[in-house]
Design a binder for this molecule. Structure first.
Ligand code: GDP
Ligand code: GDP
Length: 439
């Protein structure tokens, strides 16, 4: 993923002019059809020897922005959550305003690299007079004339220098947990995946970007909500708002699993009116076997009469008893019922995935579960349990070192898993329990 440079600044300072310059786009594209805002928000741009994703936060289409103040707050929030470098554009002709100061303050607090470009410095002789005011903030300052194209080279170089080091190719780092999580929305055609994603995105109207390369099969969409960043992976088939069902979309469990692997947490959408179908079951049991963190969203409950809800819940519970830890939400994407729980639930699961237990606590826990329920005799002997460790990667993986793995049966493994879940408070995430022979 290329690093992200976000342009912020109050209206009329020249953000879209600059954006189009850097993106080498003709002016006309700026004022595209309303609704098709994405193109004008974002472009892949070369800055020196680096490729970046440039975002114009000012071009974003917020629903009911409550005044300019609010826009500044939202812009800053997006920029600071998503961007690797913030390009703060100000108007040299107008001079420094209170709103600029407000933005500067917000940007400073986040500690990301900020470059201030003072725009509308159309003649070089006036540079000191027009830029002087802005030095007080303590950010690097560059004079610029976006309209005439002066200062672009310097700006590009300065931005490129401020970017994070290049990642080694192939090493696509997942964002740190505090940066939010990656979600894959899976399920059969017509279950309501796109409706759900659209509702989640629409709720905040902060449809930020298609993050990765825009190939047809792997379009990632990011959402910033409450200062947290969520990425929906592989949304090509998911995102369409008014797609005519073309019959081409075939459900592939393999593809779904591939998407799940690119995500931290999967959301499996099931159509309440169809119940848990064979394909749903297949997907769920694969996810479970692969120890993928996931939740289930039973959608379209608006179509289920109230009197049938209890039966529905019971049916679903029965169908899913093979993975009792997986949380189930009942939602209606169409009526926006219950969808507010989806992201918090996914985060909760991901948090559980990252639980780390210290060695002392692990081994006390092992004693406790063993004492409560001894390993059964198998062929006249019991396995001896020596030691318990946790592997470093999520989801929680507990490795028991035992005298004789042959003597530990699946049912006892399940007992161990449940015991550890209880002791460590892991109720929704998958847990792996492994036995290794130790002599
Ligand atoms: P935005 O609302 O921040 O995206 O600003 P725009 O890019 O729409 O520009 C606002 C106005 O400033 C437009 O009338 C532009 O033509 C003008 N403008 C942009 N850059 C420059 C510049 O470098 N010099 C001058 N004099 N005007 C500029
Ligand atoms: P996808 O193929 O899984 O992405 O499913 P869509 O989101 O395209 O939804 C399929 C159809 O179900 C569309 O006609 C939606 O309007 C409809 N739909 C989605 N969610 C709901 C819901 O919660 N209630 C009802 N009644 N219809 C829904």
């Amino acid at each position: 993923m290329p690093p992200i440079v976000a342009i912020v600044g109050r209206p009329n300072v020249g953000k879209s002019t600059l954006f189009n310059r850097l993106a080498k786009r003709p002016k006309a594209i700026t004022h595209d059809r309303p609704g098709v805002t994405r193109d004008r928000l974002e472009a892949t741009v070369e800055l020196g020897d680096r490729i970046v994703t440039l975002i114009d936060t000012g071009g974003m289409d917020f629903d009911a922005p409550e005044g300019l103040e609010r826009q500044i707050v939202v812009q800053a929030e997006i920029a600071l959550t998503m961007a690797d470098v913030v390009l703060f554009l100000v108007d040299g002709k107008a001079g420094r305003t209170a709103m600029d100061d407000e933005m500067a303050e917000r940007l400073r607090r986040a500690g990301k690299p900020v470059i201030v470009a003072v725009n509308k410095v159309d003649g070089s002789e006036r540079i000191p007079a027009l830029t002087g005011d802005f030095h007080a903030w303590g950010f690097p300052i560059l004079p610029l004339s976006a309209a005439h194209g002066h200062g672009l080279q310097d700006l590009a170089e300065t931005l490129a220098k401020a970017l994070p080091e290049k990642e080694t190719p192939g090493e696509e780092a997942l964002p740190a947990p505090e940066a939010g999580i990656r979600l894959a929305v899976l399920g059969r055609p017509n279950a309501g995946k796109s409706s759900l994603v659209n509702e989640l995105l629409g709720q905040e109207r902060l449809i930020v970007s298609d993050v990765a390369g825009t190939t047809r099969d792997a379009v990632d969409v990011a959402l910033v909500k409450n200062g947290r960043r969520y990425v929906f992976v592989d949304t090509a088939g998911v995102r369409k708002r008014t797609r005519i069902t073309d019959g081409l979309e075939r459900y592939s469990v393999g593809k779904a699993l591939g998407s799940a692997k690119r995500a931290n947490v999967a959301v499996v959408v099931i159509d309440a009116t169809g119940g848990v179908g064979v394909q749903d079951k297949r997907l769920i049991s694969y996810l479970d076997k692969e120890r993928t963190p996931f939740l289930i969203a039973v959608n379209k409950i608006d179509l289920v009469p109230q009197k049938d809800m209890i039966a529905l819940r019971k049916d679903i519970q029965d169908e899913l008893r093979m993975c009792g830890h997986v949380p189930v939400l009942y939602i209606s994407a169409a009526q926006r019922k219950g969808i507010g729980k989806v992201l918090p639930m996914a985060e909760e699961i991901w948090k559980e995935c990252q639980i780390r237990v210290g060695t002392g606590a692990l081994n006390r826990a092992m004693r406790e579960v063993l004492d409560k329920h001894q390993p059964p005799l198998v062929n006249g002997r019991r396995a001896k349990f020596y030691y318990l460790t946790q592997a470093s990667d999520p989801p929680p993986t507990f490795v028991f070192f035992v005298s004789d793995t042959e003597r530990v049966r699946d049912s006892y493994m399940r007992y161990l898993e449940n015991g550890l879940r209880k002791l460590f408070g892991i109720s929704m995430a998958p847990v792996k329990v492994v036995c290794r022979a130790s002599h």
